[in-house]
Design a protein around this ligand. Structure first.
Ligand SMILES: [Zn+2]
Length: 388
């Protein structure tokens, strides 16, 4: 059954490539795909008609970086940080302990609650990492649970060295590249590593990515979050889909991102939640790098599932234009996941749409913190709505 959504105040299509929008537009969806877009006055007939009343319609958000398989929470750690204590990567270990102790059902319930929260805020595609199990059994069940809710599953056994391997970090890297990888690869599409002081160095990270690639996974890297380091150079050298964080970059890092297909994925919710300086998005954009925005939703350094919030931060705090931020949260995220079927509303794209209770995409930053998502379609099915 075809559906015509008409009287759309602003239809963001991101076609043919950069941010693009049509005013007074309409869109037809059929068999789960976008079948037609153009001026409302020229819209073809369809089996069903939805009156948008001048509201904006955007591609569903593509959140290319999230850690949703975990147990426990770290609200007290956040409060302490806001009271002046610094964030350290080792805080991950408290979530590891809680995750190891949780039943599958508990992990599944938390994961599904967060996935539903994302969908209600317009995220129709999301990536989900393991990385709070750090044993063969716990990493394997983490990726298996993630695969229940998204095809974009990332094996992140190399998130942090677990306490029992502190005297033998090399032994842990061997495990990540060996038995743990064998158990996780069947459920995952991506391999990721936290390449950072206090986590994994360049050689260890390179070994993890090489082993994952040999097992059929595609690489992505947590890079340059807490300081300058080898993460971005490693990501571009191995042809990673994305280098994520990019908070501390030198000139060579910016050049490497601008001259490669590796997407620079910025996670401004982390800097908001840790009071760290924001990444220099303008420097990356002006150099010609491809920039994506994602939430990094996780219980430690950034517990938001909201792409609209990240868009508002990107505009206000990273000096991105509203167009750049919305593109980065849709088409940029799709590029970071090497997906061509989402992140835009060209004919043939998956009919993943967000309708805002607002006349333009700019309201996502203009009215921060306001629930503007009026309706969401995923694969042509209306899946969430708040006010429409
Ligand atoms: Zn992360």
């Amino acid at each position: 059954m075809s559906v015509l959504i008409t009287n759309v105040g602003e239809l963001v299509t991101n076609q043919p490539g950069p941010f693009a929008a049509v005013a007074d537009a309409a869109l037809v969806i059929d068999a789960g795909r976008v079948a037609w877009t153009g001026p409302a006055a020229r819209a073809p007939a369809a089996d069903q008609m939805i009156e948008a009343g001048g509201r904006a319609v955007l591609p569903g958000f593509v959140d290319s970086h999230a850690h949703l398989v975990f147990a426990g929470e770290r609200g007290a750690e956040f409060a302490a940080r806001m009271a002046g204590q610094p964030y350290q990567a080792g805080g991950i270990r408290s979530t590891v302990a809680a995750t190891r102790g949780a039943a599958d059902e508990q992990l599944r319930a938390n994961l599904r609650r967060l996935a539903a929260e994302m969908l209600a805020q317009g995220t129709t595609t999301f990536e989900c990492k393991s990385g709070y199990g750090l044993t063969v059994r716990d990493e394997a069940r983490s990726v298996a649970l993630a695969a229940e809710v998204t095809p974009e599953v990332t094996y992140l056994g190399a998130h942090v060295i677990p306490p029992e391997f502190e005297p033998d970090p090399g032994g842990y890297v061997d495990l990540v590249c060996g038995a743990m990888l064998d158990a996780c690869a069947p459920h995952a599409r991506w391999v990721d590593v936290f390449c950072e002081r206090g986590a994994f160095g360049r050689d260890e990270a390179a070994a993890v990515l090489a082993a994952g690639t040999a097992a059929g996974l595609q690489p992505r890297v947590h890079a340059n979050q807490l300081g300058t380091g080898p993460g971005v150079q490693l990501a571009t050298a191995v042809g990673a889909a994305s280098a994520d964080h990019c908070t501390y970059l030198d000139e060579a890092d910016v050049d490497a991102l601008a001259s490669s297909a590796t997407v620079a994925t910025l996670l401004p919710g982390v800097e908001f939640s840790t009071r760290h300086p924001y990444p220099d998005a303008r420097r990356l954009l002006d150099a010609g790098a491809t920039v994506a925005l994602a939430t990094d939703c996780n219980p430690g350094s950034c517990f938001t599932s909201s792409m609209p919030f990240c868009i508002a931060l990107a505009v206000r705090e990273m000096h991105m234009t509203t167009q750049e931020a919305v593109w980065a949260a849709t088409a940029g995220g799709a590029r970071a996941l090497r997906r061509t079927d989402v992140g835009h509303l060209g004919v043939g794209a998956r009919a993943d749409l967000v309708m805002l209770d607002a006349p333009s995409h700019a309201y996502l930053a203009y009215r921060p913190g306001v629930p503007l998502v009026a309706a969401v379609w995923q694969g042509g099915e209306r899946v969430a709505r708040s006010s429409l």
